[in-house]
Design a protein around this ligand. Structure first.
Ligand SMILES: *Cc1c(COP(=O)(O)O)cnc(C)c1O
Length: 470
């Protein structure tokens, strides 16, 4: 089902033709599904679970570091700051920390997660578009890097810098306005994007140059122009424009005040097969050809990749509760829907997910493919994980896996129908042919659902009365 290229029946052959990391990852996933069933992580009373491939996450982190090591001058400081919003789970942040990856945060909650994971301030970058005075004060007190989004935010930072010195590396986020990708809602560099200082607007470039001239402590420049659906060439143009601006500012100031460029994240992920494409190595090479000066050692680098580090290492696994037929279309009603795949359910054309079918024992399901709907558990008609998808005919008790869901899926629970957040488990091969699991996040309990729905305030509204009312 996954590799399918070894028809000789000779295991040595498949080694000789060279199993790629992608093949290995797909094989680990199948093993983990079967082990999750055998070890009872999934069953009639726990019908949905998220799985994270720890080996794969480590490999992606290493590939990211190697890709930029290969194109930067020796000794260039490079901080890869994982965009926490992609997978906001403390054990994941700790794993990445161990793999030499820092964190990019965009809210007090995300900052709290990175601190719980033990990330030091010097490996943390704060970027949100709506930072409050308190958030800015905390970040500057901790020494966390901050990229100011706009002139009003820079005013606030000015005031804080006057009141107390800070170790925080500080910069400005610019929007090079190089244009949109295929998904409008994720295009950060359009003319009217809400992010950063819109560089091509009248007077904006001059304002940015002056901002640096007047503030010797502004030493970074930030742009994040990529995301899913944005072609690499457009991302490279955004980086090139940002580099050109840094050169212009340093040239006009006559000193190398900007010493670090934060090129953002946004490498797109291939959701249509197990192949990792594009790779970090391809992107780093493209950037080094398009913007050679950025890599010659004069600038430190910060990157902020999110989706591309985690997406392919996550799997949502859910039981088929019922199967039925409607209007001639077979429908499998599963426990994975809008609560774990919100983007896919609401925007299926932009966010299609691969679905793999397994039998009740967690073995890849074979047999003739039938066009069927894979539905979720929520009470609205559009709650479909996949519509009219050709898969072996699903039966009651089978399992479906939504693949490539390690970023922006099961870690982004949507509480429709008060559906519980599923448990998440990391896995590795156990060294003796099996799989070892560790809990990343326990499933949400019903008590927790009630508490989060105001359970402690049950009579808050019935006891609240205007004077004189009955
Ligand atoms: C979301 C975001 C990222 C990460 O984007 P991905 O597409 O997940 O790689 C990086 N930087 C900033 C400022 C972001 O908002």
């Amino acid at each position: 089902m996954v590799t399918g290229n070894d028809t000789t029946g000779d295991a040595v052959d498949s080694v000789k033709v060279g199993r790629t990391d992608d093949d290995e990852r797909a094989a680990r996933r199948d093993e983990a599904v079967r082990a999750a069933v055998e070890q009872g992580l999934l069953g009639p009373d726990s019908p949905i679970v998220g799985l994270l491939d720890v080996t794969g996450i480590r490999e992606s982190a290493a590939a990211l570091r190697a890709a930029f090591d290969a194109v930067t001058a020796p000794g260039t400081p490079v901080l890869h700051a994982f965009a926490v919003k992609a997978t906001p789970l403390v054990p994941v942040l700790r794993l990445l920390r161990e793999a030499g990856i820092g964190a990019e945060v965009a809210s007090p909650g995300e900052l709290a997660l990175t601190r719980a994971a033990g990330l030091p301030p010097e490996r943390t970058v704060l970027d949100s578009p709506a930072k409050t005075p308190a958030e800015l004060r905390e970040a500057l007190a901790l020494g966390i890097a901050v990229n100011a989004d706009n002139p009003q935010e820079l005013d606030r930072i000015d005031a804080l810098m006057r009141s107390a010195p800070s170790r925080s590396p500080l910069g400005i986020r610019v929007n090079p306005q190089v244009g949109a990708g295929a998904i409008e809602a994720l295009s950060t560099a359009t003319a009217t994007s809400k992010f950063g200082v819109a560089l091509r607007d009248e007077g904006a470039r001059e304002w940015v140059v002056r901002a640096y001239l007047e503030r010797p402590w502004l030493t970074r420049l930030h742009a994040h122009t990529g995301s899913q659906g944005v072609p690499l060439s457009l991302m490279a143009r955004g980086v090139a424009e940002t580099y050109a601006l840094a050169e212009e500012i340093n040239g006009r100031l006559g000193r190398r005040q900007i010493d670090t460029i934060d090129i953002g994240g946004g490498l797109p992920v291939n959701f249509s097969s197990d192949a990792t494409t594009p790779t970090y190595a391809q992107y780093a090479r493209l950037l080094s050809e398009a913007v050679p000066g950025l890599f010659d050692g004069r600038y430190g680098l910060v990157t902020e990749f999110g989706r591309s580090l985690l997406a392919k290492h996550g799997t949502v696994l859910a039981r088929v509760e019922y199967t039925k037929s409607a209007g001639g279309r077979p429908v499998a009603v599963t426990h994975a829907g809008v609560q774990v795949a919100t983007r896919t359910v609401y925007a299926p054309a932009a966010w299609p997910l691969r679905i793999a079918a397994y039998d009740a024992k967690g073995r890849p399901k074979t047999g003739a493919e039938v066009v069927q709907d894979v539905a979720g558990p929520a009470c609205f008609a559009g709650d479909l994980l996949a519509e009219a998808r050709a898969l072996p005919r699903l039966e009651q008790g089978d399992l479906v896996a939504a693949l490539d869901t390690g970023a922006y899926y099961f870690a982004h629970h949507y509480a429709y129908n008060s559906l519980a957040r599923p448990g998440i488990h990391g896995f590795v091969p156990d060294g003796s042919g099996g799989v070892a699991f560790a809990t990343v996040r326990a499933a949400q309990s019903l008590d927790a659902i009630v508490t989060e729905a105001g359970g402690a305030h049950a009579s808050a509204l019935t006891t609240l009365r205007a004077p004189g009312s009955r």
